[in-house]
Write a protein that binds this ligand. Structure first.
Ligand code: UDX
Length: 476
């Protein structure tokens, strides 16, 4: 067996869809290069995402394993209860992971030679090292979020945290994040900065960040030209960094279009409603606003109605992903919560709603002219790859800082954080689609080209993936 065939990488994402998606892309790229990959999910996600296992029909060196997340079977595992999942994974999953990894590295005929674990699961890195296995951290959030997290000790020291939420406080500039002094307002800090310092979730992140700087090797789903300044600040904390994004663009550059098409139905996290593609075919060029708030985002019924009015009043056609678990009660409610006639009419005329869309294909469709997004990191990169201007409404995690970068650093969209009223939404949609379109498109075209170049032969991410693969193999 040559070294390439011996290489066996175990990938272990945090059990949330936004973390599973990019590591799944990495799994496919590693298998495509001839490496063996074990993709480790929690039992719950393994059961919910059974279709993913069909990827093994194309990638014969890919297999799936699962271990418990420690929560009762009927636990909702939603974003409001994310703390339960974080703490349970850290306590219950950790010893199960140790047992599994020990088995896979001693009893298996092809022992695991490298572990790539999510940036908020440092225990997996520690265990891999204890067992003498090469270990790397995959950071699923944005690099700018990582930089602000690396500055948490300074932010605390400077008395900048927690962000309190009153209007005057939210607009104040942040001291303590080097290089970002004229850019970051307190409202732009990642969402955990709005928690009290002794809040267990805030403390969880403080500990995880301290731990990942000790792991030394970091993989980022981003590309050098997009992040030059941020990378210059992050680099000293790690012995090696591989920027290999956008991973979705690397997949397209390395794996043929026909193969990706044939995999698309089980490469998606949930089954997508493809009827929206036919609807898009009937819409004018660059006219449609695509609306999606990711796999975990939730909104109140009041917010839903503000968005709905704003979209209808903007006069633009819209395709909206309304996840049943994210909003609920969209139909059939009577009395004061009944859906107003003008929304029914406006949606019948110009709208299309789906539970789950084939997002990357939607963004690539020529009818799509704008992306109303929650600024999750995967969605942000997918918007960049497709070159579609963004209107950002961030809610949790890294989304607040991502939307600031979108609007003020890259200038590829507009930021609407912390506001949710129908007239602002209508005005911002018009600005993205019409009044400010030209200036946004100019920056977006440039950045989309940089993303394309990075992911193709001769580009930095293309090169860095090769280097990552070589380094994984070299250590055997
Ligand atoms: C979470 C966090 O919220 C996000 O901020 C963090 O950066 C990663 O983890 P999520 O909220 O799901 O992720 O958002 P995002 O990162 O954008 O990932 C959503 C994924 O679901 C995207 O890859 C998108 O293509 C996919 N998607 C979404 C679909 O395929 N269809 C849909 O209808 C909606």
């Amino acid at each position: 067996m040559d070294q390439q065939q011996q290489a066996h990488v175990l990938l272990f994402p945090f059990p949330a869809l936004g973390h599973i998606k990019p590591l799944l892309s990495l799994a496919e790229l590693l298998c495509h290069a001839g490496l063996h990959v074990t993709f480790l999910n929690t039992d719950h996600n393994h059961r919910c995402l059974t279709h993913l296992q069909r990827l093994s029909t194309h990638f014969s060196t890919l297999r799936f394993e699962s271990i418990p997340d420690g929560l009762p079977i009927d636990h909702p595992r939603n974003v409001q209860l994310i703390g339960d999942l974080m703490f349970s994974v850290k306590s219950v999953t950790k010893p199960k992971f140790r047992d599994l990894l020990a088995d896979l590295s001693t009893k298996s005929e092809r022992p695991v030679t490298c572990v790539i674990a999510d940036g908020i699961m440092s225990f997996a890195i520690d265990i891999a090292k204890e067992l003498g296995i090469q270990a790397m951290t995959f950071w699923a959030f944005s690099p700018c979020c990582l930089w602000s997290f690396l500055c948490l000790p300074e932010l605390i020291e400077e008395g900048q945290l927690p962000v309190r939420g009153e209007a005057d406080d939210m607009d104040r500039m942040v001291k303590g994040v080097s290089g970002m002094e004229s850019l970051l307002r307190r409202q732009d800090l990642p969402n955990i900065c709005r928690r009290q310092l002794d809040d267990p979730i805030f403390q969880f992140y403080v500990e995880e960040i301290k731990a990942i700087t000790q792991t030394s090797v970091l993989i980022l789903n981003s590309f050098d030209h997009l992040e030059a300044l941020t990378l210059s600040y992050i680099t000293p904390f790690f012995s090696r960094i591989y920027t290999i994004g956008p991973l979705t663009a690397l997949l397209t550059s390395r794996i043929t279009h026909d193969v990706l098409q044939s995999l698309s139905s089980f490469n998606n996290l949930w089954e997508a409603d493809r009827s929206c593609m036919t609807w898009l075919d009937s819409q004018p060029l660059r006219s449609v606003v695509y609306v999606s708030f990711g796999s975990t985002g939730i909104m109140t019924r009041g917010q839903l109605f503000e968005f709905w009015h704003g979209l209808v009043n903007s006069g633009m056609p819209f395709l909206w992903v309304v996840r049943r678990d994210g909003i609920g009660h969209i139909a059939g409610v009577e009395g004061e919560h009944a859906i107003p006639e003008e929304l029914h009419e406006g949606t019948k005329e110009r709208g299309f709603l789906v539970d789950w869309a084939p997002q990357e294909e939607v963004l690539a469709h020529q009818a799509v002219g704008g992306f109303l997004t929650h600024s999750g990191w995967n969605s942000t990169l997918e918007g960049i790859v497709a070159g579609v201007p963004m209107l950002c409404w961030p809610t949790i995690a890294d989304q607040q800082i991502n939307s600031r970068w979108v609007s003020e650093v890259w200038r590829i969209g507009l930021d609407m954080k912390d506001t949710c009223d129908r007239s602002t939404i209508e005005m911002m949609i018009r600005a993205m689609m019409k009044e400010r379109r030209e200036e946004i498109i100019m920056s977006m075209d440039r950045i989309a080209k940089l993303a394309y170049d990075s992911a193709n032969q001769g580009g930095s991410s293309y090169h860095n993936l090769d280097k990552l693969i070589k380094d994984i193999i070299k250590k055997i």
